[in-house]
Each structure stands twice: as structure tokens, then as C-alpha cells.
Design a protein around this ligand. Structure first.
Ligand SMILES: NC(=O)C1=CN([C@@H]2O[C@H](COP(=O)(O)OP(=O)(O)OC[C@H]3O[C@@H](n4cnc5c(N)ncnc54)[C@H](O)[C@@H]3O)[C@@H](O)[C@H]2O)C=CC1
Ligand SMILES: C[N+](C)(C)CC(=O)CC(=O)[O-]
Length: 530
């Protein structure tokens, strides 16, 4: 917790600037009730994570936090979050939202459709912040609280519009971990739905807690584990590092993918959960845990824990530790995505929503059909670079593959088309690497249709970039239309061929690339030998 800033809104009111709001208080969110802009009240560890998630998902965010270094602190969390997202996904993220720091709660919330409160865990402070939010926010602005343990009915005391306040309890780092415990309190079903769709749209998995309790679901569990950890240190049985080791080399790996009960079902062998319960149930009554006893947090115990923690992790700054943690979380989530499981399944769903948005009319670039199609732009990310300092080979295929996907969306191969059991598979690829492509270089792909018939599409992508906007690489591809259930070639839907025909009407007049259709050159061994 940042000690300097347990400021109450009345103190904050002294620095409030006037005339901040363009929207009158009574203004509706918008016609559809969807969230378009967000405010963050509190930009510490958790507020900073929320701010990063909102911004990276394209929402403008106004932040109020009286901490004198709030800008720097949020900036550092945001930098780490951007770094993590570059590794997390290649899906087209929306343009980043605008971040502004304001000097009052009023300025922060007056235009916002969604407000996330992340001030320190003190009930009086939270309530006074809500009173200020309520005074200045639009009438159907949603308010989410990051509280780790307060129940919504405690939070809403004295609040005139409790139907719009809910607990939205996230997990650190908020920009990566998907789950958010949503505790509705007296929120209306409509507002609950709005909150859930907003949280889902920013890549989260809202889990509605059906009955409010202190500390919701997760912190009840986490506190039990933490309490046992404190006892183990207090009793001199284990150090902070040893406790962390049994988790990270052992059951923590299981928890990341199956949680507690599914793991224990397997631990029951073929007889499953019933056998597990009968074998280990009695142990619950043995003195395996300290139950609700809490060790006194004496200076001595705190010193021991802090010293052990320094010995364990003191060689890294907190920001470095965050980056190590983020890299590991990204690796786990990507592995789980490959298995379409747990947090990986959420990531997969989120990515497909990003692709769908990118290909929707809203964000589709204006395309001039008379020219090669400019459907894909990117930048060489830091983990795309090989030991030569160049974009590594597999990333060329990634960039061209994404450009092919963009082209297929352009001609009408959308989610519904795929769901109908039809798709286009790439059956042949020829990539030419023409110039060095270095880290950070902006890339632009131009796509041209070289021909098509009822079952095949032939395209070529040209990759441009670098300081002179030069041609860096080319990729020529043959795609085959298939019936995915039969895994056999099949004619395309007429809608696709009509669209291809429209593109072809223009592209047939473009100058044919002289390299197209040519194989990799042969090496004449006779001349090499002579
Ligand atoms: N740290 C964690 O692991 C988690 C914390 N939470 C919850 O998130 C909330 C915030 O916790 P942290 O971010 O950890 O605390 P923090 O101490 O890192 O940040 C709190 C921020 O609130 C600011 N603040 C203080 N008074 C304010 C006011 N009147 N208006 C606006 N900003 C004000 C402070 O300057 C500080 O930057 C708490 O309710 C906590 O229980 C939820 C999930 C995890
Ligand atoms: C320790 N804590 C209660 C603040 C933890 C949380 O609320 C969730 C988390 O991120 O572990």
C-alpha cells in the first residue's frame, strides 16, 4: 500500500479543476448501453493493471490518483503490460486508448461509462469515494470495485444508486490474468450483463459469485494457504523460498490448469472423487493445518519473512520480477491455448474476438480494389528476432499467414462460413527473403490475387517496410477450398467466387510479378565443381 495517499475525496476536492465534463450528469451512457470510455479511481498496483488492460483494449481512460508519482507508477506498469501483450498475442489489438491524469474524481468520472475503483482496502475511504463518483457520474455509469474482501452490501451503504455498483475483483497482474470475481450485490440484471460483456470484451472471464461473503471465493482460499505459510515460517519449518518451491515445482503447476477439485478427482484413481474423499477426508480432522489460528505478526516474524524474501528475490527489482512473472504467465497461457484449456481457452476466445473486430466494417481499413489490397500491417516484435538480429524465418510465414487470413475475411470467409464446415487451406507456399528485416521495423503487406477457380485461390503477398519502405519479402500461396468434415476439396460458395471475381476484375490489370510461379532456383552442380 502506498502510505502517502490515503487521501479522502474532500482533500482531493481542493485540487479539483472546474468545467471538466463535456457530458451533463444526466447524460445516458449511450444508445446501446455499451461501455465506450473508462475511469480509474486509484492507480496503484491494481488500478495500474486495470488502466493498462483498458488502454490496450482501445478504451480511453481518465485516472484520478493523488499520489505525487502516480504518472510514473502507472507508466511503468503500462510499459510492462505492453511488453507482455506483444508476447501474449499476435491478434490485431485495437489502437491504444488515450490516457489522461486528472485532478479530481469529478473530472475522471463525468464522461465515463465504466468506473473502476481501486483505492486502498478501507471501507470508509471506499464509501467516500463512491459518494463522490455518484455525485458526478452519468446516471447509468457502471461502477466496479476492486475490493479484495468487502461485500457489496457493505460498500453501498449510503449510496443512492446501488443498482450500478458491483464488486469486480481482479487478480494481479490485472492485464494478464483473466478471471474477475463479480459480486452483484443489488446490481440489476441489466447492469450485471453490461458489466459482464464489457469485462469479456477486454479479455477477462467474469465469474459471478452467487452469494456475497467476506473475501469472495478466491481470497478465502488464498488466505487459508497464506496463513499456513506464515505458520510454517513462524514455527521454523520452512523458509519463504521453500514454501514457494513446493508450490511452483509441485501443486502450483497443477492449479494453473485444473484447479483443486479436478486435480483431486484424478488423485482418487479410477474410483475418482469418491475414493479421494474416503481416503483423505479423515485427514481433515487430523492436525494437518492450523485452521483459523493466525500467528501474531510480531516485528520478529515480519523481519524473518522480509529477510527471507530479500534472500530469495532481492536480486531483482519489483519491475524485473513483474517481467519474469509476466513472461512465465504468457508462456503458460500460450501452452494452455494450444490445448484449448482453462486460461488458454479464454485467450483463444479473446483472440478470435479481436480478429472478428479487426475484420468488421468498423475497423476494416479502406481498401482500394484497383490496387494490391493493403489488409495487414504490423511491426517486428522483440521476440521475432533471431541470433542474427533479423526477423526469424517462421515469423515471415506468420505475417503472410495473417495477411492470408485478412484476405479470406475480405472475400467473405467469416466465422459463420467456417462454422458451416467449409474453409480454405494453404497447400503450397513460396517465400523469398529479399532484405534484412530488423527489430521494431514497421511492416506493411500488399496482397494481390493471381487467379482462382471454383476450388483454388492463388495469391501473392509483398512485404514492405524499413527506412525506405522497400520490398523486403514476398510470399506466394495456393489455397484449396475444402469441405472440412470430409477433408476433401469442394467448390466454394458462390458468394466467395463473386467477391473474388470483383477483386480479379481489377487485379488482372496489375503488372504480373516476374517472380510469381517460379520455383526455388537450381544450383548447377557441374559448374560449381569445375
Ligand atoms: N494488491 C493486490 O494484490 C490486490 C489488491 N486488490 C484490491 O485493490 C484495491 C487497491 O489495492 P492496491 O492497488 O494493491 O493498493 P495500492 O496501495 O497499490 O494503490 C492504491 C492507490 O490508491 C490511491 N488512492 C488513495 N486514496 C485515493 C483517493 N481518495 N482517490 C483515488 N486514489 C486514491 C493511492 O495513491 C494508491 O496509488 C484494494 O481494494 C485491494 O484490496 C485486488 C486484487 C489484488
Ligand atoms: C492479497 N490480496 C488479498 C490482495 C490478493 C487478492 O485480492 C487477489 C490476488 O491478486 O491475489
Amino acid at each position: 500500500m502506498v502510505e502517502c495517499c490515503l487521501s479522502t475525496p474532500s482533500i482531493v476536492g481542493a485540487v479539483r479543476s472546474a468545467g471538466a465534463c463535456s457530458t451533463p450528469k444526466s447524460g445516458k451512457v449511450n444508445m446501446t448501453g455499451t461501455v465506450k470510455s473508462a475511469a480509474a479511481i486509484g492507480g496503484g498496483v491494481i488500478g495500474g493493471g486495470w488502466i493498462a488492460r483498458f488502454l490496450l483494449n482501445g478504451y480511453d481512460v481518465k485516472v484520478f490518483d493523488p499520489h505525487p508519482q502516480a504518472k510514473r507508477l502507472v507508466g511503468e506498469v503500462l510499459a510492462n503490460a505492453e511488453r507482455a501483450y506483444r508476447k501474449l498475442t499476435l491478434a490485431p489489438m485495437p489502437p491504444k486508448g488515450n490516457l489522461s491524469f486528472v485532478s479530481s474524481i469529478e473530472e475522471a468520472v463525468c464522461d465515463a461509462d465504466y468506473v473502476q475503483e481501486s483505492v486502498p482496502e478501507r471501507l470508509d475511504l471506499k464509501r467516500s469515494v463512491y459518494a463522490e463518483i455518484e455525485r458526478h457520474a452519468k446516471e447509468n455509469t457502471l461502477i466496479g470495485s476492486s475490493t479484495s474482501g468487502f461485500k457489496p452490501t457493505e460498500l453501498i451503504e449510503g449510496f443512492a444508486t446501488p443498482e450500478r455498483l458491483l464488486v469486480a475483483h481482479p487478480f494481479n497482474p490485472v492485464y494478464l490474468l483473466p478471471v474477475v470475481e463479480v459480486v452483484p450485490g443489488r446490481t440489476t440484471a441489466d447492469n450485471l450483463d453490461r458489466a459482464k460483456s464489457f469485462l469479456t470484451a477486454i479479455g477477462m472471464k467474469p465469474l459471478v459469485v452467487r452469494k456475497e461473503i467476506d473475501a469472495h471465493i478466491a481470497d478465502r482460499l488464498l488466505e487459508a494457504v497464506w496463513r499456513e505459510g506464515l505458520w510454517l515460517i513462524h514455527d521454523g519449518i520452512a523458509t519463504t523460498e521453500e514454501i514457494d518451491d513446493v508450490i511452483r515445482f509441485g501443486f502450483g503447476l497443477r492449479w494453473a490448469q485444473m484447479g483443486l477439485f479436478e486435480t483431486y478427482r484424478i488423485a482418487g484413481g479410477e474410483a475418482g472423487m469418491r475414493h479421494f474423499m474416503s481416503q483423505f477426508g479423515p485427514a481433515l480432522k487430523w492436525p494437518w493445518t492450523k485452521l483459523m489460528d493466525v500467528p501474531d505478526l510480531t516485528e520478529e516474524l515480519i523481519d524473518t519473512i522480509a529477510a527471507q524474501s530479500d534472500a530469495q528475490s532481492g536480486k531483482h527489482s519489483i519491475r524485473e520480477l513483474e517481467r519474469i512473472r509476466d513472461d512465465n504467465l504468457v508462456a503458460i497461457m500460450q501452452a494452455l491455448k494450444g490445448n484449448d484449456w482453462g486460461a488458454g481457452a479464454v485467450l483463444k476466445e479473446y483472440e478470435s474476438s479481436l480478429y472478428a473486430k479487426a475484420h468488421s466494417h468498423e475497423r476494416r481499413p479502406t481498401v482500394d480494389p484497383q490496387k494490391p489490397l493493403a489488409l495487414r500491417a504490423d511491426r517486428v516484435r522483440e521476440d521475432w528476432v533471431d541470433y542474427n538480429g533479423h526477423m526469424t524465418e517462421s515469423r515471415y510465414l506468420q505475417v503472410f499467414g495473417d495477411a492470408t487470413d485478412a484476405f479470406l475475411h475480405f472475400i467473405g470467409m467469416d466465422k459463420d462460413y467456417l462454422a458451416s464446415g467449409r474453409s480454405l487451406y494453404t497447400v503450397e507456399t513460396h517465400i523469398r527473403h529479399l532484405r534484412e528485416v530488423k527489430m521494431g521495423a514497421p511492416l506493411r503487406v500488399e496482397t494481390r490475387l493471381l487467379g482462382f477457380d471454383l476450388k483454388r485461390v492463388r495469391i501473392v503477398h509483398e512485404l514492405y517496410g524499413g527506412p525506405e519502405n522497400e520490398l523486403l519479402a514476398t510470399g506466394e500461396h495456393m489455397l484449396l477450398h475444402v469441405d472440412t468434415a470430409k477433408s476433401a476439396a469442394a467448390p466454394m460458395d458462390p458468394a466467395l467466387t463473386i467477391k473474388l471475381g470483383e477483386v480479379w476484375k481489377h487485379h488482372r490489370h496489375l503488372e504480373s510479378p516476374d517472380y510469381a510461379g517460379k520455383p526455388v532456383r537450381e544450383i548447377m552442380m557441374e559448374s560449381a565443381a569445375s
